[in-house]
Design a protein around this ligand. Structure first.
Ligand SMILES: NC(=O)c1ccc[n+]([C@@H]2O[C@H](COP(=O)([O-])OP(=O)(O)OC[C@H]3O[C@@H](n4cnc5c(N)ncnc54)[C@H](O)[C@@H]3O)[C@@H](O)[C@H]2O)c1
Ligand SMILES: [Zn+2]
Length: 355
């Protein structure tokens, strides 16, 4: 798989023009959703020749629209507006746009070039980088897709001002996850930074750069998730279960919030299984409680949570697979925990988050 170029810059328009010139594409298409159409596109149209001259494709926003209907609409727009194998597609938006746009680009005429311009913190730190593309299908998340990397990803903090605070916190949870995987230096800087006062775009861009590199290095080693890429699942086995339970309650929670609470559960397991230091566990739990609050569960929810965890990992034995830490920066993949161990961890999670 080719490697994507990662560009960290708040001069996004300029970077887009440079890449478009280098790629020399005869036609340029821009994919946005209704929100990035309104909040981001007007600024870029004014300052980038490439965007001003591009054909814009707009889809509805939200993960529910990361579906076959939107994908077909994008293919149709490319087709009806004369896209060829030499065309360039620029995906400007959150993870929904970078996932579906990259999949459309990877498949249209067996693949056209595309670049990602993430406009949410979550897509900047996670979704837009690493080559996983796809759509939700048949009631399952990310059920259909391919691995395919963008020509380039332009990572900036330029568009975060219009983003709802909850979305900022959601992305920050993935940065914390990267910090826990990377080691104390990166992690401590993240604990010290206050994302709710993120006026300082340059400082955030530096943290973002460090955080994205954690993902980039792991993905380069294992692009198609045969092994070490599973390190990036830290917080996600429990996190996805919380996300699914919230969906079942018809009261969805942002992905990053689920990951934040999932990290607490999985650091409890890290402590009980691998001796992860209890001081670090306490520190993370009180940080998460103060920024993200708590996810209300009782022991009556445990069977459903365990079911979700089994389904997530397609694991039909009595054990569930986790990525755990021996300490900050020391990752262990494929750790098996029994249902009893997970239930005890959920008890401790509730104590730590005062539930
Ligand atoms: N491919 C991967 O590796 C990967 C990793 C993590 C998540 N994902 C996917 O990413 C998606 C979630 O990403 P997300 O949280 O960015 O969701 P999103 O794309 O739905 O964006 C969140 C909301 O913010 C709006 N928005 C985007 N940029 C904005 C801006 N600058 N100002 C104002 N509003 C703006 C969007 O329209 C949307 O309403 C999910 O579909 C998830 O499956 C993919
Ligand atoms: Zn995630």
């Amino acid at each position: 798989m080719k490697h994507q170029e990662l560009i960290f810059s708040n001069n996004v328009a300029e970077e887009i023009d440079i890449i478009a010139q280098k790629e020399g594409a005869p036609q340029v298409f821009v994919l946005v959703d209704v929100n990035t159409d309104r909040c981001v596109l007007p600024v870029l149209k004014k300052s980038s020749k490439t965007i001003a001259g591009a054909k814009v494709i707009t889809i509805k926003s939200g993960d529910v629209n990361k579906n076959l209907e939107s994908l077909a609409f994008i293919w149709e727009q490319l087709c009806n507006n004369g896209a060829t194998r030499k065309s360039l597609l620029i995906n400007i938006g959150g993870g929904v746009i970078t996932d579906i746009g990259a999949f459309a680009g990877a498949t249209f005429k067996r693949g056209i070039r595309f670049i990602n311009v993430p406009t949410t913190l979550l897509s900047a730190v996670d979704a837009a980088v690493g080559g996983k593309t796809g759509i939700n299908f048949n009631g399952f998340k990310n059920e259909v897709g391919v691995f395919c990397e963008a020509e380039a990803v332009i990572i900036s903090t330029a568009f975060l001002k219009t983003l709802p605070t909850e979305e900022l916190f959601s992305g920050y949870a993935e940065m914390l996850k990267h910090g826990l995987i990377a080691g104390r230096d990166v992690y401590n800087k993240l604990l010290d930074y206050d994302i709710s006062k993120s006026e300082n775009g340059d400082q955030l861009l530096e943290l973002l750069e460090e955080s994205v590199k954690v993902k980039k290095n792991i993905v380069e080693e294992d692009p198609t998730e045969k092994g070490i890429r599973r390190a990036l699942n830290l917080g996600h086995t429990a996190g996805h279960a919380f996300e699914s339970l919230a969906l079942r309650r018809e009261d969805p929670i942002p992905h990053g919030y689920a990951v934040a609470w999932g990290l607490v559960v999985e650091l409890v397991l890290s402590h009980t299984q691998l001796g992860f230091p209890s001081a670090d566990l306490q520190q993370l739990a009180s940080y998460i409680y103060s920024k993200y609050g708590a996810f209300e569960i009782t022991c009556n929810d445990y069977p459903a949570l365990l079911d979700f965890m089994h389904h997530d990992k397609k694991n039909d034995s009595n054990e569930i697979n986790f990525t755990l830490l021996k300490e900050v920066g020391d990752v262990h993949i494929d750790c098996h925990c029994s249902e009893e161990e997970i239930k005890s961890a959920l008890d401790i999670f509730r104590d730590l988050l005062h539930i």
